[in-house]
Design a protein around this ligand. Structure first.
Ligand code: PLP
Ligand code: COI
Length: 355
């Protein structure tokens, strides 16, 4: 493997004093990891450098045609002070899968992981201590060729930046309200819904703003064909509890294959819940919530962790799920998942990568 060159910053920033006020993705650490790609040469020059601006030509392809993909994972501080990562290989593999669809080069996953570990080592004092906090990791890949023809770039930049974070939603573990979008769609058959390409998020912002003006935290997307089947929420996959059974939309190419989703389904099975992945019609879920058959709704995601959903609004009909507090299934899964991530519970699935 190529050697990762480290250039340390001579002007370290002040670390946040009050970890209860971190919010999400507003503060960045002192260093970042970079590596470049050139067709015919592969990934080269892996390096850790002081965090700072990029200089880019205004004709750089990413700025026009959006070959940009990203990932999200976290580093957690254990009670003994040690630091650990949760399934980072899965994020690197998903980035390669996103890259393939976006006609970008597969990541050198081994080098990216090595770079990540070394970067966290350099930035270890930035991993916050308080319960519910972590160091959010944002690997990103962009195209760099300077030209305006629409075809694949020959040069790319991969980089990782870090941000100490608290809860993604201001509500924390209190249930959030979600607006079921019945006009715009997020993804279509044969499209890029299963990737973490930047454009998916750009296309979601308008609906998110409309939902926010109505008082909702995020949008729940329906399928792009019939606008009937539940896909996912802007930053999380959706699950519904029917007593001891957990139901979630099956992966269909337009939903992001969430790493938290996969982990939660595995843990749920191990905890004795029944798990079902299937096509889930919004009208049926609404009817089941009304009749009391569906007892909980919650989202799963790296940033969102496990987020109970307390209210759904679909075609102007508002429906309360549960009693305004996190339900027992979501709570159990939250405690189990975060227990493993922070080292309080045994990692029986070999998901943890210690530094
Ligand atoms: N769905 C979307 C659209 C997302 O952006 C995310 C966040 O990454 C998720 C689901 C959850 O995925 P994961 O659990 O891998 O973070
Ligand atoms: C994550 O959970 O890591 C995400 O990427 C969500 C993000 C869009 C805020």
């Amino acid at each position: 493997m190529q050697e990762i060159k480290v250039t340390l910053s001579t002007a370290l920033k002040q670390k946040p004093q009050d970890e209860s006020q971190l919010g999400f993705g507003r503060i960045f650490t002192d260093h970042m990891f970079l590596m470049n790609y050139e067709k015919g040469k592969g990934w080269y020059d892996p390096r850790i450098v002081p965090y700072g601006d990029f200089s880019m030509d205004p004709a750089s392809m990413v700025l026009h045609y959006g070959q940009a993909i990203f990932e999200g994972t976290k580093a957690y501080r254990r009670a003994d002070g040690e630091i650990q990562l949760f399934r980072p290989q899965a994020n690197m593999a998903r980035m390669s899968s996103s890259a393939q669809r976006m006609c970008m080069p597969a990541l050198d996953e081994e080098m990216a992981l090595e770079g990540l570990k070394k970067l966290i080592e350099v930035e270890k004092d930035w991993v916050p201590h308080q319960a519910g906090t972590s160091l959010y990791i944002r690997p990103t890949m962009i195209s760099l060729d300077v030209q305006l023809g629409v075809h694949a770039s020959n040069t790319y930049l991969f980089y990782i930046i870090l941000s100490p974070v608290g809860a993604y939603y201001k509500e924390g573990l209190k249930p959030v309200g979600i607006y079921v979008e019945d006009s715009y769609v997020r993804a279509v058959r044969g499209g890029v819904g299963f990737t973490k390409c930047a454009g998916n998020y750009a296309a979601s912002i308008l609906a998110g703003e409309v939902a926010a003006t109505k008082g909702y935290a995020q949008v729940l997307w329906l399928d792009g064909v019939e606008q009937r089947y539940i896909e996912e929420v802007g930053a999380m996959n959706m699950m519904f509890a029917y007593g001891k059974k957990i139901v979630t939309p099956a992966l269909n190419g337009s939903i992001l294959p969430g790493i938290t989703r996969n982990s939660v389904l595995t843990l749920a099975t191990q905890l004795g819940y029944e798990v079902e992945e299937k096509k889930l019609a919004i009208d049926e879920v609404f009817a089941d919530i009304k009749s009391g058959k569906c007892t909980e709704a919650f989202g799963t995601g790296t940033a969102a962790v496990i987020s109970p959903v307390g209210e759904l609004c679909w075609k102007d009909e508002k429906l309360t799920v549960g009693d305004g507090n996190i339900g027992p299934v979501a709570q159990k899964l939250y405690d189990t998942l975060t227990g493993i991530q922070t080292g309080k519970l045994a990692d029986e699935n070999n998901w943890i990568v210690k530094l």
